[in-house]
Design a protein around this ligand. Structure first.
Ligand SMILES: C[S@@+](CC[C@H](N)C(=O)[O-])C[C@H]1O[C@@H](n2cnc3c(N)ncnc32)[C@H](O)[C@@H]1O
Length: 217
């Protein structure tokens, strides 16, 4: 197989396998994974926009008891299922044998945000496409990074529904960037959610901000 992967926390996370390709884990991915060990134990987790599945895979490693991997891109779901199977079930899995594995505590859903989601979760993770669209990206980069004209469109649609998919005491972990005007989002949803900034990372051209959100009801 022609593959590309990263080694992370003693796991092998593939992001390209033959014709299937998804978002290669970056600093934004790692800012979120580094926080998960603190909060996932015993939780039912939704990994929205799962890409390689790195957030759900790390959640599993640190004790989450059920994970839904969700993405609008079929490649991401194939790769997430491959990564889950390879790291936790059978490292001899191949793309051809992947469909033979039924995984008890994980599911893989092709969906545009919550359209095909019908469960509730203790924790919803989303490292979204958050950059203002440049207009000249190829189809894959657009899916991975472009959050509409201002960068906020997908986050906006996500937050307007996410609270409906949380169990009592559930929360959301969301990554935003200084490039997509986080104050706009925070003030628009201040009646619906309490926010807590839990991590920040300054990069050359932007600051990444990891936020926990709790519904106010
Ligand atoms: C920045 S990548 C994050 C990937 C991975 N979660 C990580 O942390 O490395 C954003 C992911 O969101 C997915 N995505 C984009 N729009 C979506 C939508 N409307 N519904 C679900 N997933 C979406 C993309 O396909 C991509 O896999």
């Amino acid at each position: 197989m022609n593959t590309k992967y990263v080694l992370y926390d003693e796991l092998k996370i593939f992001y390209k396998i033959d014709k299937y390709e998804t978002y290669p884990p970056h600093e934004d991915s790692f800012l979120m994974t580094e926080y998960l060990g603190n909060i996932v134990i015993g939780k039912k987790v939704l990994d929205m926009g799962c890409g390689s599945g790195i957030q759900g895979i790390i959640s599993k490693k640190y004790g989450s008891n059920y994970i839904t991997f969700a993405d609008i891109d079929r490649d991401a779901l194939v790769i997430s299922k491959y990564n889950y199977t390879y790291n936790f079930v059978d490292s001899s899995v191949t793309l051809n044998s992947l469909k033979e594995y039924t995984l008890e505590n994980a599911e893989f859903i092709l969906t545009d945000l919550f359209r095909n989601i019908n469960k509730k979760y203790d924790l919803i993770l989303f490292n979204p496409p958050y950059l203002p669209a440049a207009g000249d990206e190829d189809e894959k980069s657009k899916l991975w990074t472009a959050g509409g004209k201002t960068g906020n469109e997908i986050i906006d649609n996500f937050l307007s529904d996410a609270y409906k998919y949380l169990n009592n005491n559930g929360c959301i972990l969301l990554l935003v960037s200084s490039l997509s005007n986080p104050p706009y989002i925070l003030s628009k949803y201040s009646k619906l959610y309490k926010f807590k900034v839990v991590k920040k990372l300054k990069l050359f051209f932007e600051e990444l901000i990891l936020i926990e959100l709790f519904p106010k009801f």
